[in-house]
Design a protein around this ligand. Structure first.
Ligand code: MN
Ligand code: MN
Ligand code: MN
Length: 270
């Protein structure tokens, strides 16, 4: 089973429209696909899937735990029910509040009009850090988005606590009948000990699976994460975290398969 359960579209910060993403995934041989945009589910509004490809509903929620910004993917969720409607509204409010706080912090550092500038770059999308980065580059405060993140927007822009805590986010996903997946566990820069504590808290909150494979990662890391999932009694998920073509480490359906011994999260859905 070629599964890609972590992808983005133009509904959040991806470059392909939902229809383009589905076509590209099908082309890449993906059999089981989930679109997991950041805190929005707009990609699912009207989608046709080609034969041979099964689409499972998904979302990527921003949250935090122990002063670390964390992402949780929700899979196989009921997007139309009250639980998910409430969750999406809460995340929208949190994102708006966070944007205001980021702008305030930038103002204190001598960057004027950041909120209006970021909103302009966001267009119809919800404002996120990449839009602040684009504004900082536009006004010449930074030479690149990368530098903007380093200098001004790192560690969640300093406002990760704008997001609801881990327990709340996992609760929403469960209430929507879905499985919560701890996304890209190696990307939080945590020591092994702290990652194990995060995984334990995630499991305790009702989490189902660990993203054992995220994009083109090193086999050694895959085995370490498979062991971590097994240790905490979690199933395993896998995905590219695709955002756009041209990023060789995150191409649709090109990530390594789950190691033997993992319990694939999709086996819970049959
Ligand atoms: Mn993203
Ligand atoms: Mn993420
Ligand atoms: Mn992602």
């Amino acid at each position: 089973m070629l599964a890609d359960l972590h992808t983005h579209t133009t509904a959040s910060d991806g470059e392909l429209t939902p229809a383009e993403l589905i076509a590209a995934a099908s082309e890449a041989g993906v059999e089981l696909l989930s679109i997991t945009d950041h805190d929005v589910a707009d990609a699912y509004a009207a989608l046709a899937t080609p034969p041979g490809l099964t689409l499972v509903t998904g979302i990527e929620f921003s949250t935090h735990h122990a002063r670390t910004g964390v992402h949780v993917v929700g899979l196989n969720v009921d997007l139309d029910g009250d639980a998910m409607r409430g969750a999406l509204a809460a995340q929208r409010a949190a994102r708006t509040q966070r944007a205001g706080r980021i702008a305030e912090r930038l103002e204190k550092r001598g960057i004027a009009d950041a909120l209006a500038g970021a909103e302009r770059h966001a267009g119809s999308a919800l404002v996120g850090r990449p839009h602040f980065a684009a504004y900082l580059v536009e006004i010449g405060a930074c030479t690149s988005a990368e530098q903007a993140f380093k200098k001004y927007l790192g560690r969640g822009g300093g406002v990760i606590d704008s997001w609801p805590p881990l327990e709340a986010v996992v609760g929403w996903i469960r209430d929507a009948g879905g499985d919560a997946v701890l996304a890209h566990p190696a990307k939080y820069g945590l020591t092994r000990r702290r990652l194990s504590r995060l995984t334990q808290a995630f499991r305790k909150a009702g989490g189902s699976a660990l993203e054992v494979v995220s994009g083109g990662q090193h086999p050694e890391l895959t085995h370490e994460l498979a062991a971590l999932a097994a240790h905490h009694g979690l199933a395993a998920s896998t995905g590219s975290d695709f955002h756009r073509p041209g990023q060789p480490w995150a191409q649709l359906g090109r990530h390594p398969s789950l190691p033997a011994g993992c319990l694939p999260v999709w086996e819970r859905w049959s």
